[in-house]
Design a protein around this ligand. Structure first.
Ligand code: T1G
Length: 693
């Protein structure tokens, strides 16, 4: 008996209960007593079968990620599974909650598995830049088949109990009395005296694949096509393929080699950083567990346009009823038609059932009067990005919303304090900055106004999980965290082109870095006319962007912008006319064009971004550098294998970044290059953002 493992008896069946909160992770403090207990029960004749179950909210959620990067203390997880497989009596895993990573691998070391109906089972190691390192890539394909195993291991996504049962991954599913059902199965297996077959010995599903490796390779190609510079997805696929072509022991040995390579690599360190950073971001000063969230039973969204529609979808996807307000029925009909079309696309892709689509649409209602918002608990406006319009909306909301309703603005730049001041309830006002498309992008910047109440923040942090968003609380400034740094990244956009680069050069440097899209392709997607309108209202200019707009080149929407989009294609193609236009503007400024390397492009786009991040930290707009990493990894496609801009800056070396910023500052005199004090201090002290000032 130990604090993490206890053994009880149910007649001739030993029940091993694991209790290692919060998620029964397989740290040394669990592995050692579990190994000892299983060893004793193996040799105890009075225990004719063994059930392994967990206390708390979930079955084992995997290895203890905090142990990675430190010397692994024996017994290792493979040692544990070897112990399980040495037991020549029925072993049954009783699974509830999530059996993930090493947790599922341990369960695969048992002869049988019983799952609660609500359980999920998966191997998510790829999301940490790893692969299953305790036989998962060798045992899983022996049960579900190599093709399914490739898709599960490369995506890292879990499957539900019913699917697992259909695949043979679990032997039974029950909606209650999980342990009793597991004990009953164990007793049945003891009574039947049937030969016990270990998962590692089950070869049938591999034989079929061996005869058609081309089919498996096609599945691998499809599953890994979005790896985009990440090592783990390709290695995961290769290791599962090894299960088909290599004997078990060799496959396991190769898997172990792969695991060591990945766990000691930079990409996994970056992705493990993001795993913990996402959880840290939800810990907000002044919003402790004692702060009670307000109940959110009904949400209202003002505006059924692209953002409003996406936001409404996010909430109904989470099972929360949404009332959408628009100026008139036509606008409502258009907005709902777009939402329905979006769901149809998901249905056609097989990622949404017809009944789920109908259920979600059933949670949506449309109104054209503010009075109909009186019973909403949370009201989010997604109207035109102009302060006067926002103030008008909040003035109306102040008049009709019930006491205690949370009034949120989806503004992406504007001053939430100024918006709050236009109401009599500034404590209920907050920013909820969603990212387009709002029903897809996971980031939610929660903009904390000076007077925003703690329970409003607690409510939004909680509701973010329900609608499967990643929340980061940010302070009020122009562009908050993400867009403020995006402005810094594109500050040099014009000069890079004027000095010699072409849009495709800059975008290639950024996509080779790992971004899904370069900044000019992104500008064409968003529409160049939006920025043009803003510049005209501010009396500012951008020679090249303005010239493009003057020629009606607004981007994808007009079939041409920085790039050409032939026949409605969304694929950007370099356009010689744009090169001529750029060269003309350069010549007009007597600028001799020169070759601009990818290295220079990265220095003049990403280093200013890091510098702006340092300023954001100095101004307490973000609570910690890892919050900034979460913003960029979830809202802007910063490559997760680099851990976010601040974690990446640490890997480059802050002293180097300061040196190059100072160089470009002396060359250009631009403020965006003036190193922030925090950055200089950390660099001078040989410190990093991630380790903290
Ligand atoms: N190790 C250490 N801590 C963990 C952990 C883990 N595996 N999983 C969660 N935590 C902590 C988490 O940091 C948080 O801490 C608390 O538990 C609650 O987590 C050899 C190599 C299980 C679905 O990748 O997906 O096995 O902030 O807020 O929302 O092949 O946690 O409270 O201090 O996320 O209810 C593979 C990771 C590991 C699963 C629960 N397993 N975890 O979600 O709670 S590698 C995973 C999750 C491996 C083997 C390989 C989720 C969850 P704190 P939470 P939740």
């Amino acid at each position: 008996m130990s604090s993490t493992v206890s053994v009880t008896r149910s007649d001739n069946i030993a029940v091993v209960t694991i209790d290692n909160p919060p998620v029964n992770a397989l740290g040394y403090n669990l592995r050692k007593p579990l190994h000892d207990a299983l060893g004793e029960l193996r040799d105890d004749a009075t225990a004719e079968a063994i059930v392994v179950t967990c206390a708390g909210r979930t079955f084992i959620a995997g290895a203890d990620i905090t142990e990675f990067g430190k010397p692994m203390q024996a017994p290792s997880l493979p040692d544990l599974i070897e112990m399980l497989e040495s037991i020549k009596k029925p072993t049954v895993a009783a699974i509830h909650g999530t059996a993930l990573g090493g947790g599922l691998e341990l369960a695969l070391g048992c002869h049988f598995r019983v799952a609660d109906a609500g359980a999920k089972l998966g191997l998510p190691e790829v999301k940490l830049g790893l692969l299953p390192g305790a036989g998962g890539t060798q045992r899983l394909p022996r049960i579900v088949g190599p093709e399914k195993a490739v898709r599960m291991v490369v995506s890292g996504n879990p499957i539900g109990a019913a699917e697992a049962h259909a695949d043979g991954l679990v032997d039974a599913v029950c909606s209650e009395d999980l342990v009793d059902n597991a004990v009953a199965l164990a007793k049945e297996k003891v009574a039947s005296g049937a030969a016990l077959v270990q998962v590692r010995e089950r070869d049938q599903k591999l034989v079929e694949a061996r005869n058609d490796l081309a089919a498996l390779d096609a599945v691998i190609a499809d599953a890994t096509k979005k790896a985009r510079g990440l090592e783990a997805p390709l290695i995961c696929a290769q290791s599962v393929r090894n299960a088909v072509t290599l004997p078990f022991e060799e496959g396991v040995a190769a898997e172990r080699e792969f695991f060591i390579k990945l766990v000691t690599g930079e990409q996994s360190a970056a992705q493990r950083h993001l795993f913990f950073a996402e959880r840290q971001a939800a810990k907000v000063d002044g919003v402790g567990k004692d702060v009670k969230p307000r109940p959110i039973r009904k949400v209202a969204v003002i505006g059924a346009g692209t953002m409003g529609g996406g936001i409404a979808m996010s909430f109904v996807n989470g099972g929360i009823p949404v009332t959408v307000l628009e100026m008139n029925q036509d606008a409502l009909d258009r907005g709902f038609a777009t939402i329905s079309k979006n769901y149809d696309i998901s249905v056609s892709r097989g990622s949404l059932s017809e009944e789920a689509k109908a259920k979600r649409l059933g949670l949506l209602s449309g109104v054209t009067s503010y009075d109909d918002l009186a019973d909403a608990d949370l009201i989010i406006e997604a109207v035109f990005e102009e302060m006067a319009v926002k103030k008008d909306v909040f003035g109306k909301l102040d008049a009709v919303a019930k006491p205690g309703a949370i009034l949120a603005s989806n503004t992406s730049y504007l001053d939430v304090d100024e918006i709050a001041a236009s109401t009599k309830r500034p404590g209920d006002v907050v920013g909820t900055h969603f990212f387009s498309p709002a029903n897809v992008m996971r980031l939610l910047e929660i903009v904390r106004g000076k007077q925003t109440s703690a329970d409003v923040l607690a409510t939004l942090l909680g509701i973010a999980r329900v609608i499967r968003k990643v929340p980061v609380v940010v302070g009020v400034c122009h562009g908050f965290v993400g867009n403020r740094m995006l402005s810094a990244r594109s500050a040099e956009a014009e000069d890079l082109l004027l000095e010699g680069a072409l849009p495709q050069d800059v975008d290639k440097a950024l996509t080779d870095f790992g971004f899904p899209m370069g900044q000019y392709a992104m500008a064409d997607l968003a529409g160049l006319d939006i920025g043009w309108r803003t510049r005209k209202s501010l009396g500012t200019t951008a020679a090249i962007a303005d010239s493009l707009c003057e020629e009606g080149r607004y981007g994808q929407k007009t079939g041409k912008g920085y790039y050409l989009y032939k026949d409605g294609s969304r694929k950007p193609e370099a356009d010689p006319k744009v090169e001529t236009l750029i060269e003309k503007v350069s010549a007009g400024r007597n600028l001799a064009r020169r070759e601009i390397t990818a290295e220079e492009i990265i220095e003049r786009t990403l280093y200013p971004m890091v510098n702006e991040g340092a300023r954001i930290l100095e101004e307490d707009i973000a609570a910690r550098s890892s919050d900034i990493d979460i913003v960029w990894a979830n809202g802007y496609g910063f490559p997760i294998g680099k851990g976010g801009p601040m974690f990446w800056a640490d890997s480059v070396g802050l002293a180097k970044i300061v040196g190059r910023l100072e160089h470009w500052h002396s060359e250009t005199g631009k403020d965006v290059y003036k190193p922030a004090k925090l950055l200089k201090d950390l660099a001078a002290a040989g410190k990093t953002f991630t380790a903290g000032a």
